[in-house]
Design a protein around this ligand. Sequence first.
Ligand SMILES: [Zn+2]
Length: 300
Amino acid sequence: MNVNAPAVSTRLSCPICHRLMALKTSTFTHFCKDCDYWGADLPVDIEGAGSDEDEISDVAYIASLESLRIKNFALILKQLKKAKPKAGLSILDVGCASGLFMRTAQQWGYTVTGIEPNQPLFTATKRQGLNVMDDYFPPKQDLNKTFDVIIFNDVFEHIPDVHAILEGCNKYLKEDGILILNLPNAHGLIFRFSRLLAMLGLMGPWNRLWQVMFRTPHLHYFTFESLGKLAAQHEFLAASDKLQIATLEIKGLWSRLAVNTGAIGLVKNCIAYLGTLSLYPVILLSEKDTFFVLYQRKTP
Ligand SMILES: [Zn+2]
């Protein structure tokens, strides 16, 4: 595990309005009140991810979420079909990881290309016979083609330069193409509840939320509205409502919260767990922790 004790933060500027943000809630999180955007000043090591103990915890984490993720991918593909019913569309899956979305989309009849910069994940995906490139996004190599759809599943929030991503999407998306962003929600109850606990001094869930202990932590938390403002700066307009998906199942809750160690850590974990359990009925009725949006280019 790569425990990145956040260093003394330099002030980050908001990617939407470009003003300097205020440090808020912890030593590494910054907030722009005007844009309702959260950013983190955490070190990123995409290539190193999965190279040591990270691999074990990451693989276990990925497996625990897999069945729920397949259900969520089906919701996304259903919306895509509604927006673009044409068969055989090409999809570029950025940060395809072990290819779960690629396999699901292939079953729906799409032609899917993946991009994955992390070597162990790239190799594992390639070995399954999937069409995957070993690169970042925007890619270092010129892809020499455009796609009907570009999708980011739990990837956008990990990449430092969100403007470079959206420029890359403009380059590699067909004129009438669709960009799909699927990412965590700053209006989600887990975000709000973790923040409340952090303000009470229980930092475990907040650090877990930002994935402080991983080599590829979360760097951004958007809302539907703040993401819309950012996307509009690159000529993308929402072609769908905010579509929310559930990421929380009771069976995975303990592993998500069990981030404190030692006897005191155990007590803190129990408080966080029971606190979250008691809120479960509220969670079911509240804004979900992940949302996705379909974007299309503004027509001139
Ligand atoms: Zn701002």
